[in-house]
Design a protein around this ligand. Structure first.
Ligand code: CP3
Length: 352
């Protein structure tokens, strides 16, 4: 066994990793997408001193916000503090996070003729701040808490590269997909090839599992997902899963679940638009499922929140391989006490 594999093997007895392997657990493990974010006063204290991108690129600070969120929430996994988009910079795109507006790409790939502007990452060490953060986090995290790495899926990254920011109807992205399949193929393969190396490096640095976010793929019809996206996500999963388990997360479109399943992964992240028992029918019993409470339930009073958490656990019905999460990320104005209460509720109600 080489060094990274031996390192990874030390964290396999955690509740979270048992659930990934669909082994029995004492209670349902939970973590929360965007758990280290602006709703947490501890995050804001660090964030107020630096810009968001500086925070991402300073391993000691990124490590601090990851570790603090895990500790104050009592969640069963930590997630690397980073972002989906900094990988675009060494691929030739000019990324900026504008105050109040979110990420902007100043030189998006405007049409098929410009696809060649998206280059391979010549040296993955230019993202060393990510791998250094992983090392620092892993060194300080309790042994029963796995560290999750992550990256964007090729479609979600392509949508930012082409639209230049967030988008309502993904017109340019779909135009390229439909009108120039060979340019689309080149673009998606370029993302996949670089993402495989990027995720392998995160795992080698100390992550026990990785989540791939296809946050915007829900805008696609099943036919389009199958034709233009699934082959590339499948190639990404295939290139990573021998190194660590992959959580394949997609949101916004339950009609894509069976195709998401075919793209592969060990755990499937689903949102609240489907009941978990129905999701398990579609996915089959040989996978773990992560989800799927509506994040907006965190705005409800605690007794209602508890009913909502119980409904998710009831739908999972104590199956091995359930990891509790929201169906999407926590919002900046959510009450941290409700998030903490949710973690306690899930641990209490999920007890076997
Ligand atoms: O989950 C975590 O706690 C880990 C860190 C994490 C962040 N972004 C930190 C972040 C993760 C996993 C992401 C993923 C991400 N980034 C996604 C997928 C998210 C999903 O839920 O599907 C996307 C689409 C991005 C791109 C991105 N980054 C956007 C659209 C924004 C702006 C959002 C906003 O409301 O401002 C960001 C910025 C960002 N990424 C913040 C955080 C904590 C807020 C930045 C700040 O502190 O000002």
């Amino acid at each position: 066994m080489d060094a990274p594999m031996a390192e990874t093997a030390r964290y396999q007895n955690s509740r979270f990793m048992k659930a990934v392997r669909r082994e029995p657990v004492d209670t349902t493990p939970i973590w929360i997408m965007r758990q280290a974010g602006r709703y947490l006063p501890e995050y804001m204290e660090v964030r107020n001193k630096v810009t968001f991108i500086e925070l991402c690129k300073t391993p000691a600070l990124a490590a601090e916000v990851t570790l603090t969120a895990q500790r104050v929430l009592g969640v069963d996994a930590a997630i690397l503090f980073a972002d989906l988009l900094p990988i675009l910079e060494p691929m030739g795109l000019d990324l900026e996070y504008l105050k109040g507006e979110g990420p902007v790409i100043h030189n998006p790939i405007q049409d098929a003729s410009q696809v060649d502007r998206l280059t391979d990452i010549a040296d993955m060490d230019c993202l060393d701040f990510v791998f250094q953060a992983v090392k620092l986090i892993r060194a300080d995290l309790p042994a029963d808490i796995p560290l999750l790495g992550f990256a964007g899926c090729p479609f979600t990254l392509a949508s930012y590269a082409i639209e230049g920011g967030s988008s309502k109807n993904y017109r340019r992205t779909k135009q390229m997909m439909y009108n120039d399949p060979s340019a689309w193929n080149a673009l998606m393969n370029r993302f996949v090839d670089n993402l495989i190396v990027y995720l392998q490096r995160q795992i080698a640095a100390g992550c026990q599992a990785v989540q791939i976010f296809d946050s915007w793929a829900g805008c696609l019809s099943p036919e389009d997902y199958q034709q233009y996206v699934q082959p590339y996500t499948a190639k990404l999963v295939a290139g990573v899963q021998d190194h660590a388990p992959v959580i394949n997360f997609l949101t916004g479109n339950p009609a894509l679940l069976s195709l998401q399943r075919q793209a592969g992964g060990q755990v499937f992240g689903v949102d609240w638009r489907i009941n978990l028992s129905d999701a398990w029918e579609i996915f089959g019993s040989d996978v773990a499922i992560q989800g799927n409470m509506d994040p907006i339930a965190l705005y409800a009073e605690l007794p209602v929140l508890k009913q909502k958490a119980k409904a998710v656990l009831d739908a999972a019905a104590g199956r091995n391989g359930h990891i509790f999460n929201l169906g999407h990320g926590v919002m900046p104005d959510m009450n941290p006490d409700h998030v903490k209460a949710l973690v306690e509720m899930v641990h209490e109600l999920g007890t076997r």
